[in-house]
Design a protein around this ligand. Structure first.
Ligand code: APR
Length: 271
């Protein structure tokens, strides 16, 4: 049941008080989910997209017709990708070398102790899975996988066949990397899962995202519109900060570790 009052943002408190408040909201929830973005992987050495050192800030966003370019000549696109993977650029090297950090491990542990029911991540780096998160939807795909454009079946990237462009074993459809390109629709199965999880949620924990990209950010607004609390853990204030019951502006690794400790302490006293 939605609370009968619209939550109002807390008064400015110290970060510790805010962590206490965030933990209380998670402990009171029946179905809390998380929405994560590039900021949770920043402490793993992967650059974010926006903000002063962001990839898009430095190099501009990729062309909006990225997917159209792929579809117009998949063979050429796959040959270019194979060449790029043989001579990886700085970003590819950073992602390939990255390991989960305290933020990812805290998210996985919050799931293990039964507080977080699902993670929607915008990241394609696979670090949540590597940290042990099981209930996850990678709404923008996972760079370690291939995906069939016709039947959505996915296979590890290592299974890429020699013959280009790769065709789906199951249905013969055209196969691309699972990472969602600019101009490409979010895969149907991922969108359906996000909708179902958001409709069940009575609390959302946003970690490391500017919350400006649809449809990912829409799920946060949808939960907020049903008067359920949003909790933000992000280095900088964002467009959604003032709509969050609790907004903690500090590095995710430190905050998420403290949040996990406080939640586990709360679970012990609830026993
Ligand atoms: N801890 C917490 N937050 C951090 C940290 C950190 N150590 N470092 C950076 N941040 C925050 C930044 O303040 C910023 O608000 O992470 C956020 C990252 O925002 P974006 O770069 O916009 O990344 P994201 O929100 O994931 O972008 C969404 O946009 O272009 C698309 O496909 C791309 O999935 C991406 C989507």
């Amino acid at each position: 049941m939605a609370p009968d009052h619209a939550p109002t943002p807390d008064l400015p408190l110290t970060a510790i008080d805010l962590v206490e408040r965030a933990a209380d909201l998670l402990l009171q929830s029946q179905y809390a989910i998380a929405l994560t973005g590039a900021g949770i992987s920043a402490e793993s050495g992967i650059p974010t997209f926006r903000g002063k050192d962001g990839l898009w800030t430095k190099h501009g966003e990729p062309p909006l017709n990225q997917f159209e370019q792929f579809a117009s000549d998949p063979t050429q696109w796959w040959q270019d990708l194979r060449r790029r993977r043989e001579n990886p650029d700085e970003l590819t090297r950073a992602i390939t070398a990255a390991a989960p950090n305290d933020g990812h491990f805290a998210v996985a542990e919050l799931e293990r102790v039964g507080v977080l029911k699902h993670v929607i991540t915008q990241n394609v780096d696979g670090l949540h899975r590597a940290a042990g998160t099981q209930a996850i939807t990678e709404i923008h795909g996972n760079r370690g996988y291939l995906r069939c454009l016709d039947c959505d079946s996915r296979h590890p990237f290592d299974e890429l066949p020699e013959a280009l462009p790769p065709r789906c074993d199951a249905c013969g459809g055209l196969v691309k990397t699972d990472t969602v390109m600019f101009g490409e629709a979010i895969p149907r199965d991922a969108l359906r899962a996000c909708r179902e999880e958001s409709e069940r949620a009575d609390c959302m924990l946003l970690v490391g995202t500017t919350a400006v990209v649809s449809p990912a950010a829409d799920f946060a607004w949808q939960i907020r519109s049903r008067s359920f609390p949003l909790i933000e853990v992000n280095l900088d204030p964002t467009v959604i900060s003032s709509h969050c019951q609790v907004a903690i502006h500090a590095p995710a690794g430190e905050v998420m570790s403290r949040l996990l400790d406080r939640v586990k302490r709360g679970l012990r006293t609830d026993d």
